[in-house]
Write a protein that binds this ligand. Structure first.
Ligand code: 9D3
Length: 226
């Protein structure tokens, strides 16, 4: 079981994709639960303001600490012992080992920032900052969705996630080789003969070789790690 609560100013950005994806099914079977909370519900005053101008001046707005921290505390109360993650371009780079680690936490609170950033003091109320990579998003929502997808598909029983999917020891961390389906010839492009041979040992060797070739060609950094 994986329980996730997402804190965001744009709850509809999270709700619809979650319902459409493989997670929709996993939620119905009770393997994954995703709850979405509108940070604005924790903002004070008639206008429920969540951002303000930066001290010291500068362009853009900063997310105010009070609504954000109130939302985090409410989520921690609903999910005791939860691991609280701020999606932030300054965080630790997300990767597959980190997805596995987050799965082991079982309860996650994902905080999505907006505007130019969040008030620095909010960092005292989160456990970890995670980034998707070195590119600029307009907020944490798409990053939270990607993280949820990557973690939820590791939950045993979600999609075809049996043991064989988890234990793919060698192939893990390499790119896969090419895939083909019918027809055997498409616009003059033939499926490699070996795949039609029925010789499963030869096929397995060919796939391993293709995976290595492709990884060396496109992602030599992955070979160094493996
Ligand atoms: C214009 C302000 N930026 C200077 C280049 C800083 C900035 C603040 C806030 C950049 C992006 C964001 C919003 N991004 C996220 O909240 C975010 C993010 C990302 O931008 N890239 C990769 N991973 C992530 S996780 C959250």
């Amino acid at each position: 079981m994986l329980s996730v609560e997402v804190l965001t100013l744009f709850p509809r950005m999270i709700a619809a994709p979650i319902e459409e994806s493989l997670l929709g099914k996993a939620r119905k079977t009770g393997l994954v639960s995703v709850q979405v909370t509108d940070i604005r519900d924790f903002a004070a005053g008639k206008h429920r303001v969540t951002d303000d101008v930066p001290y010291g001046g500068g362009a853009g707005m900063v997310m105010k600490p009070e609504p954000l921290v109130a939302a985090i505390e409410a989520a921690r109360a609903r999910l005791p012992g939860a691991h609280v993650v701020l999606l932030s371009p300054q965080g630790r780079r997300f990767d597959q080992p980190l997805a596995q680690k987050l799965l082991e936490r079982e309860k996650l609170v994902l905080v999505c920032g907006r505007y130019e950033g969040v008030d620095e003091r909010v960092l005292n109320f989160v456990d970890e900052e995670i980034s998707l990579g070195d590119f600029v998003l307009s907020g944490g929502e798409f990053a939270a969705l990607a993280l949820i997808d990557a973690v939820a598909r590791l939950v045993p029983g979600v999609m075809g996630n049996d043991l064989s999917a988890q234990v793919e020891s060698f192939k893990e961390g390499l790119l896969e080789g090419p895939h083909y389906t019918r027809p055997p010839e498409f616009r003059g492009l033939k499926v490699p003969e070996v795949l039609l041979s029925g010789d499963h040992q030869r096929i397995a060797r060919w796939r391993q070789e293709q995976a290595l070739l492709r990884t060396r060609e496109r992602r030599p950094d992955l070979l160094k790690k493996a």
